[in-house]
Each structure stands twice: as structure tokens, then as C-alpha cells.
Design a protein around this ligand. Structure first.
Ligand code: HEM
Length: 425
């Protein structure tokens, strides 16, 4: 399998000796998807480290242990982070066995030293200067989408009207995809979440696999075109870096970075903007403060990433026999890193169950991971979310939630409402 982008899940190891076993809990349980924090806190109080039988993973819930695992990338590899949670059905396997479906693990799921070699070049493309160049685009598109919402009159369904389209378009401009392809691209990226982090039906697996194949083919053609027509974008920069030193990053690695980024840079930001509105509109006085003083927005975004993050878990796998939470764990054990429990620890934050945009250490969260794989797009994500919130709070200060039930897409890590109904005066 080597550096295959999405590896099929192998045999699930039994629980490590002596490790408490939870037979019922899974992050895919309906009650946990709906409201994870109280349950996450109880799990931590019962057993800070335990084995989830439904997941087949050792679950770690305490910040200190999460920090240790994230920073020891040699013992705790990230090679499993893009892998499906289930065994792929034969139809999906057949689709992905197409001879030209050959993306390679490049960033989040590639071990050292190759990861570091590739990350150096990709990181250069995430310069502050390049991120800043997107500011006029994000401001203009935010205003256009709000204009359309206003013209259509309230109430609105905010995910479709704003939170889904804008982060996708922004990362597509960043990479250098042509504007005319946005709809196509958004369609292809849509269901990746179910493939790697959810439990799709066999029929859905095959459909998603078809989309991933089409999207990979598009990325390859796009990279070949870019090679002939460079622009001021990340893809052009990666191609130039490859040509200047082909040993430092292969052409296939360039194509694969482009393939991976469009999902990484899209989904969690859509959820983050929605979660930000949910937190702020449920704490009206803090929303009013933000409307009056946009300089409060950056710390408000940090607090949302702690209190109601768009990413509440991630994965690792042990490369050798080791210890986790004091238990002996064999090589090849999947580790489920539960941010939701750690983000409400009262030894780190005062009154952790309160949402407070003035919290001085709000940014101690681990929503972007830690160590060598620390999210490359963290600054980018916070910057674009802050710009979007600024536009919405400036244009629609009377915004409020409509009475509604929230639905969360079943997956182990990404969290944001599928629909968000809002109204204003
Ligand atoms: C709220 C939004 C986001 C969240 C919560 C988030 C979260 C994460 C997390 C948890 C990781 C894994 C870190 C680790 O293993 O230590 C990660 C990795 C990564 N993220 Fe993000 N991310 C977000 C937005 C973005 C954006 C906008 C981009 C790019 C445009 C991006 C690109 C990446 C890349 C390339 C990696 C892999 C880095 C590496 O392995 O070296 N992310 N992200």
C-alpha cells in the first residue's frame, strides 16, 4: 500500500490488555452527534483513556496525553487520517482501482522525512502575502452573497446561501482553479467527509468513489494546464518549485497536494462560520459587542474553535509497541484523539462550559492539531472566517436564529449544522 492516499482499513486489533472497554459509545451515535460536550466530559471523567469497541480505536480524552501523542510523530503516525473508517465495498474498490487513480499521501497522512520535504514547499505558498491578496475577493463575495440574501428577504438558510459557497470559492482562488469550474468542484468535494470519516452505505461509497476519481482526473488536467499557463496562485508556485528541484517534490506530489487541499480548505471553514454564528447569536450580548467592535472578532473565532469547534477529533496509529494513557498498546493500534473532551477541561480554562469571547487563553485549543502536521491552513481559516463574520455582523446586526432543530452530518470529526435558518429585521 505504501503511500496510497486512502488506504483500506485492515484488521481491527483487540482492546489492549487492562484498558477499559466502552461497548456502546461511538462518535457516530445520534446523541453524541447532536450534543457531544456533556457526553465527552463524562467519558473523560469515567476513563481518560479507553477502548471503543464500536470504533476499534483507543480513545484519548485528556489534553496532556493528546499533546504528547501529537508531538511524538515517530511513535504515533498520521498515516491513517484520510482512511475510511470501514472496509470499502467491492464496487468502490473497483472504481478506485482505475489505473490512473494514483494520488499519493503528501501532507496530513505522509510520514517523515517525506512529509517535511513536501511541507517546506507547500508552506511557502501559504505566505501571509498570498493570504492577504484574497482579502478583497472575500469581502466582495461576502457582500454579494449577503446582497442576494437581502434581496430574497428573510428568513434564509445560511449554509446554502453563504457558508457553503464562500469557503470553497476562496480556497479554489487560492489554489488557482478557474471561477467557471466552482460548481463542478463543489459537487466533487461534497461527500469526501462521508468517505473518510463517516459510514456511507455501499451505494454511497461507490458514488463517492466515482466523484473522487473524476475530481482526481480534473486535478491532473488542471495541473498540466497550469504548467503551460502560470498565474499568481499556489498551484503555479508548486509547479515552479518542482521544476526548479524535481527531487524536492515530484510532479505526482504536486498533483496530490492540489487534490488534498481543496477538501482540507473548505469543509471545516463552512462549519466554523456556522458554529461562530450559533455561539454568538445564542449569547446575544456578545453578538452585539462584536457588531459594535469588529476588533473582538479574532478572539471570538478562537473561542469558537475551543467551545464549539468545527473539528472535534483526529486520528493516529502506533508504529511500535508503546504506552497510551498508562496502558501497553501494540504497534498498529488506531488512536482516536478526542478534542471535545479536552476543550472543556477546567484545569486549563476557567468555567470551560461558558462561551466567552474575552477569554485570555481561548487559543490554547487543539482544533488545528499540533507538531509537525499542525494545520497549514490555520491562519488562512481564521482570517477568512473573521472577514466573513465581519461582513455579516456589519450588514445584518439584527440577525437572529429561527426556532429550529439542528442536524449534524454523521462523521467522526467534522462538526457544523447541515442547515442554519436565520432571520433579521
Ligand atoms: C477551521 C478550519 C480548519 C480546521 C479546524 C483544520 C484542522 C486541521 C487539523 C486538525 C489538521 C491535522 C493536524 C495534525 O495532524 O496535527 C489539519 C491539517 C491540515 N490542514 Fe487544516 N483545518 C482547517 C482549515 C484548513 C484550511 C483552510 C486549509 C488550507 C487551505 C487547511 C490545510 C491543512 C493541511 C494542508 C493540513 C496537513 C498539514 C500537514 O500534515 O503538514 N486546513 N487541519
Amino acid at each position: 500500500m505504501g503511500n496510497t492516499y486512502h488506504q483500506d482499513r485492515g484488521e481491527v486489533p483487540p482492546p489492549p490488555a487492562g484498558c477499559p472497554v466502552h461497548r456502546d459509545w461511538s462518535p457516530l451515535n445520534a446523541d453524541y452527534l447532536e450534543e457531544p460536550y456533556a457526553i465527552a466530559g463524562q467519558l473523560q471523567a469515567d476513563h481518560p483513556t479507553f477502548y471503543s469497541e464500536k470504533l476499534g480505536y483507543v480513545v484519548v480524552t485528556e489534553m496532556e496525553e493528546l499533546d504528547r501523542i501529537f508531538t511524538d510523530h515517530e511513535t504515533f503516525a498520521s498515516t491513517n487520517v484520510q482512511d475510511p473508517m470501514y472496509k470499502l465495498c467491492p464496487e468502490a474498490q473497483e472504481v478506485l482501482s482505475a489505473p490512473d487513480f494514483n494520488p499519493v499521501a503528501v501532507m496530513s497522512n505522509r510520514p517523515e522525512p517525506d512529509h517535511g520535504r513536501i511541507r517546506v514547499h507547500t508552506r511557502q505558498g501559504f505566505s501571509n502575502k498570498r493570504i492577504k491578496t484574497l482579502e478583497p475577493y472575500i469581502r466582495r463575495r461576502s457582500d454579494e452573497l449577503i446582497d442576494t440574501m437581502v434581496q430574497a428577504r428573510p428568513p434564509t438558510e445560511f449554509v446554502q446561501a453563504f457558508a457553503f459557497p464562500l469557503p470553497g470559492e476562496t480556497v479554489f482562488r487560492f489554489i488557482g482553479f478557474p471561477e467557471g469550474d466552482d460548481e463542478l468542484l463543489k459537487g466533487w468535494c461534497g461527500d469526501r467527509k462521508a468517505f473518510s470519516w463517516g459510514l456511507p452505505t455501499e451505494e454511497q461509497q461507490a458514488e463517492i468513489a466515482e466523484q473522487m476519481l473524476a475530481y482526481w482526473r480534473y486535478c491532473r488536467e488542471f495541473t498540466a494546464d497550469k504548467r503551460k499557463n502560470r498565474g499568481d496562485d499556489l498551484a503555479s508556485e508548486l509547479i515552479t518549485a518542482h521544476e526548479q528541484n524535481p527531487g524536492a517534490m515530484t510532479y505526482q506530489e504536486v498533483e496530490s497536494v492540489i487534490y488534498g487541499l481543496s477538501f482540507a480548505g473548505h469543509e471545516a471553514v463552512t462549519a466554523l462560520i456556522c458554529n461562530s454564528l450559533l455561539c454568538l447569536l445564542n449569547h446575544r450580548e456578545q453578538w452585539d459587542e462584536v457588531c459594535a467592535d469588529p476588533l473582538l472578532i479574532p478572539n471570538a473565532v478562537e473561542e469558537v474553535l475551543r467551545y464549539n469547534s468545527s473539528q472535534i477529533a483526529w486520528r493516529r496509529v502506533t508504529t511500535e509497541d508503546t504506552q497510551v494513557g498508562g496502558f501497553d498498546v501494540p504497534a498498529g493500534t488506531g488512536i482516536f484523539l478526542n478534542f471535545a473532551s479536552a476543550h472543556r477541561q477546567d484545569d486549563i480554562w476557567d468555567n470551560p462550559d461558558e462561551f466567552d469571547i474575552h477569554r485570555p487563553n481561548a487559543n490554547r485549543h487543539i482544533s488545528f492539531g499540533k507538531g509537525v502536521h499542525f494545520c497549514l491552513g490555520a491562519k488562512f481559516a481564521k482570517f477568512e472566517t473573521a472577514l466573513m463574520l465581519e461582513a455579516v455582523s456589519r450588514r445584518l446586526p439584527s440577525l437572529r436564529l429561527v426556532d429550529q432543530e439542528f442536524d449534524y452530518f454523521p462523521n467522526i470529526t467534522f462538526r457544523g449544522p447541515s442547515r442554519l435558518h436565520l432571520t433579521w429585521d
